[in-house]
Design a protein around this ligand. Structure first.
Ligand SMILES: Cc1cc2nc3c(=O)[nH]c(=O)nc-3n(C[C@H](O)[C@H](O)[C@H](O)COP(=O)(O)OP(=O)(O)OC[C@H]3O[C@@H](n4cnc5c(N)ncnc54)[C@H](O)[C@@H]3O)c2cc1C
Length: 387
């Protein structure tokens, strides 16, 4: 089965070795505890530390800052393999790499990179990405969080909601999108790095989630949080651009979570259809079940090839905004379809809490909402068609 995943011409020996290493880790160290963490809605600091130790937190970051300096495809394969076993751990890694540290790496000054990145690649600390607010989801321009510059400091007031890696002891701080002034009668948006030890910074975990239950999701409030002016990330007034460009790459990792989850659900359904007997034969012998599995295989093959191709496009420095939207949308939607059909193949057993497929069925649901809903992505893709 693993060989099937490595037939794309972009896959090199190092990618095959990496897949094998992450699969081994996920099977040995995540699978035995994934259901329990989900059941208890518990984020595991210990597992996060282990993921840091094996190089999962800083995969594409240059070695001088403590990273692995690997290509985008390596990162995507790693996330895919984690999600094949547990979406929560895949989400922790994906949010930290794509949303947490990538903007610091891409837009940070040398001083910011040297200050933040080495401690964010070990597994001791995670960094969050703060775009969403109570009244601002898809529409970034509705944010209310303000950052006022006076006496060489930004004074931040407001709050961010549904933020991954923001409320556990591991969380070291956040990249915040805030209104930093006004330009041409429009809000001027800028991005600022805020350390969690700043006075006026408070977090609250959100624990009533139906999915990604082992992910640390929280609300962050800023009450006269004062940080040095040099914590501005990138150019003042370019905040929306920085955040949206970051989401282009983030969408590749959401696609990888969808692909990995779908692969895991497919494997469970295939195994079950071989061993479950009804009417004196394995249910996989019934054409209606076999065709469901064939359809899953088709979707997985198409999704994987396109996702890997977009990784190449990104590393080749070609534009990939449309393609990232397209493959995030596709992988999230096939994850939904495959998880749903996999539950169907499991019959009543698929509806039980002690069956992993039940967790997979829940975990896929965020993928069509986070980092651009399917509706918003269709708007984005159609705009690229000139419509
Ligand atoms: C577990 C979890 C983790 C998250 N992690 C983070 C994080 O780390 N950082 C962060 O900033 N955010 C995070 N989010 C927030 C997430 O990115 C938002 O939920 C998402 O952007 C959608 O915003 P919303 O939920 O406010 O929906 P809304 O924007 O209010 O949308 C509601 C509905 O209206 C539709 N809609 C809105 N506008 C249009 C339009 N123009 N055309 C057609 N349909 C439209 C949407 O598609 C959707 O169906 C997380 C959310 C969850 C649940």
């Amino acid at each position: 089965m693993q060989n099937d995943l490595n037939t794309n011409p972009l896959i090199k020996k190092n990618h095959i070795e990496l897949r094998s290493k992450i699969r081994d880790f996920a099977e040995k160290e995540i699978r035995p505890i994934a259901a329990k963490l989900d059941d208890e809605a518990r984020f595991s600091q210990q597992l996060t530390k282990r993921m840091g130790e094996i190089g999962l937190l800083g995969i594409t970051i240059p070695k001088e800052y403590g990273g692995q300096n690997l290509d985008t495809l390596s990162y995507i394969i790693a996330v895919e393999e984690l999600a094949r076993v547990d979406s929560s751990q895949a989400a922790t890694v994906a949010a930290h790499n794509s949303l947490g540290i990538a903007p610091i790496c891409n837009y940070g000054t040398k001083e910011q990179k040297s200050h933040y990145l080495p401690k964010l690649t070990t597994g001791d600390s995670l960094w969050a990405f703060g775009l969403t607010e109570a009244d601002a989801g898809s529409d970034v321009t509705r944010i209310k969080t303000k950052a006022e510059l006076s006496d060489g400091k930004w004074n931040i007031n407001g709050s961010k909601l549904f933020i991954t890696n923001s409320a556990s002891d591991c969380s070291a701080g956040i990249t915040v999108l805030a209104i930093s002034g006004e330009r041409n009668n429009k809000k001027e948006l800028s991005v600022i790095l805020v350390d969690k030890h700043t006075s006026g910074y408070s977090t609250e975990p959100i624990s009533n989630k139906m999915l990604w239950r082992a992910v640390d999701t929280g609300k962050i409030s800023f009450n006269n949080c004062r940080v040095p002016e040099k914590n501005l990330l990138g150019e003042r007034g370019r905040g929306a651009h920085i955040m949206l460009e970051t989401l282009d790459s983030g969408r590749l990792s959401i696609a990888a979570i969808g692909l990995g989850l779908a692969q895991g659900a497919f494997e469970m359904a295939l195994e079950y259809s071989r061993k479950r007997h009804q009417f004196e034969q394995p249910i996989g012998k019934f054409q209606s079940i076999a065709f469901k599995l064939a359809d899953m295989q088709i979707k997985l093959e198409l999704a994987r090839n396109t996702l890997y191709k977009v990784c190449w496009q990104k590393d080749a420095k070609l534009p990939f905004t449309k393609e990232a939207a397209l493959i995030k949308l596709y992988c999230s939607e096939i994850a939904k379809e495959i998880a749903d059909e996999a539950v169907q193949i499991h019959g009543a057993y698929g509806l039980m809490k002690n069956n992993d497929i039940e967790r997979f069925y829940r975990d896929q649901r965020i993928l069509q909402i986070g980092e651009g809903t399917s509706e918003i992505l269709r708007v984005l893709i159609s705009r690229h068609l000139g419509l």
